[in-house]
Design a protein around this ligand. Structure first.
Ligand code: EPU
Length: 437
């Protein structure tokens, strides 16, 4: 199992180019199941979760072609025939967002069988809201042997039917799952209390390019007029706002000067605002953010919220920053109940952090020293990388496969701006793998 070895102390200087958003690419790949024509997706990041999704779609009978050479961020998916509208436990257990195929499969094939994901490192993460929503659209749902089975009614032409759906709480993939299902339903669907994340709007842009009739994606009310058939389309995935935020913090934390290029600053408002509160200086252009880490960092409290609030996917990285900020920062995690696994590892590196339920109290300004640490999930890994960049000595981060799920070429990108980082093979005894996110 790979590890990352990072020697801290170098200020990061130069330009980093941001990849396509993993969390937009995943639903867009699932959307290709809604048509028998090819869907061409550009700016797909080369990360492990995309490879898992490729396997998932291929197992159902879809043809998934990955681009090569200069076109290596392009993926063409043709779900001409779907022999097996199923997502097996083997794949769902490694990637929870596999459940995104539930809506498109039942809408297109009239039936779907998808493994229920278990709990994961950051919380329980049930999919009851996806299921309730599909029931509102007329799907019959049964649960047996760890699988959810959804079917449509043959007496109603095997189609879902439009309905009013109010989500009990805001869910990103739940909104996406239902949005996809509603595109092929008979009649109009009105979805309320929807997630407003840019990734939902990006999915809707693809679906509309495929012939769907969606209005309001990116707001909390989405209206979908169902159509009988969708067609192929070409679509470019939006830049990854979480990768951009991670590199902005890397620049600030190391006292560097980094141009984070190819991002969409409009998606980073809450992150940039919070960083400004801590004293981080940035300058924003149309598609880049330059971060100048020449000011001392000051503590600032943080609450994670649904978009447009501060994203939970940046909480761990922000915590790494506050360990070096003067004063006490209180970080409240409102989205997931167990997303502080990185805190104990940061403490092992010299941070002063106390966890009280959903709150982390970070007393900043303590120097960090290198240690052997364990990555527990994707964003926790990113926070350990950030801490390692300013720690004294050589930090060894184990279980980097978590990082590989969502950050494209992170060590090349960091090396490009002056970090001392290398990947090595197995230098620890093997331990049991942790559950999927
Ligand atoms: N929830 C329910 N029932 C449901 C669905 C969600 O109770 O049926 C709860 C969850 O347990 C959680 C909250 O609602 O407490 C919000 O979860 P949400 O459904 O929004 O999360 P998700 O769709 O499973 C996506 C991202 C996550 C990101 C969250 C929150 C993808 C593929 N994943 O997950 O990304 O943290 O939204 O923004 O889009 C990551 O990239 O590292 C990652 C974990």
């Amino acid at each position: 199992m790979d590890k990352l070895v990072i020697r801290g102390g170098n200020p990061l200087l130069g330009t980093v180019r941001i990849s396509g958003a993993k969390n937009a690419a995943l639903p867009c790949m699932a959307a290709a199941l809604l048509t028998d024509e090819p869907v061409i997706l550009e700016n797909i990041p080369q990360v492990r979760d995309i490879e898992t999704t490729r396997k998932l779609l291929a197992a159902m009978g879809a043809e998934v072609e990955l681009g090569y050479g200069r076109a290596h961020h392009r993926t063409t998916i043709c779900a001409h025939t779907l022999a097996a509208p199923e997502a097996s436990y083997e794949l769902v257990k490694t990637m929870r967002s596999s459940t995104l195929v539930l809506g498109p499969l039942v809408a297109r094939c009239g039936r779907a069988r998808v493994s229920l994901p278990g709990g994961c490192a950051i919380g329980a993460r049930p999919i009851d809201l996806h299921i309730k929503g599909l029931e509102r659209l007329g799907a019959k749902i049964t649960q047996e042997h760890g699988y959810v089975e959804a079917t449509t009614d043959p007496l109603k032409g095997d189609r879902l039917r439009g309905a009013e759906v109010v989500f009990d709480r805001i869910t990103v993939t739940g909104t996406e799952d239902l949005l996809m299902a509603a595109t092929l339903a008979d009649g109009e669907t009105v979805m309320q209390n929807c997630a407003r994340e840019p990734e939902v709007a990006d999915l809707a842009a693809l679906l509309n390019a495929m012939g769907a009739k969606i209005q309001g994606a990116g707001t909390s009310t989405i209206r979908v007029k169902g159509v009988a058939k969708l067609h192929g389309a070409r679509h470019r995935i939006i830049p990854d706002r979480i990768e951009a935020g991670t590199f902005i913090i890397a620049g600030a934390l190391t006292g560097g000067d980094v141009n984070v290029a190819g991002c969409d600053p409009a998606h980073l408002t809450a992150i940039l605002q919070k960083l400004a509160e801590t004293g981080v200086k940035t300058s924003v252009k149309a598609d880049s953010v330059r971060v100048m880490g020449d000011q001392p960092l000051a503590a600032a409290d943080l609450n994670t919220e649904e978009y447009p609030g501060f994203p939970t996917d940046m909480q761990a990285q922000y915590m790494a920053l506050t360990t070096q900020a003067a004063g006490t920062s209180i970080i409240t995690e409102n989205i997931f109940e167990n997303r502080f696994m990185h805190a104990q590892e940061l403490v092992r590196m010299g941070a002063n952090i106390k966890i009280e339920g959903r709150r982390a109290i970070v007393r900043g300004g303590t120097p960090l020293s290198a240690a052997a640490v364990l990555a527990s999930d994707l964003r926790a890994s990113a926070s350990l990388v950030l801490a390692a960049l300013v720690a004294d000595g050589e930090t060894i981060i184990d279980r980097v496969y978590h990082l590989d799920r969502g950050y494209e070429n992170i060590e090349e990108k960091l090396k490009g701006v002056g970090a001392e980082i290398r990947r090595v093979g197995n230098i620890f005894p093997k331990r049991a793998a942790s559950p999927a996110q």
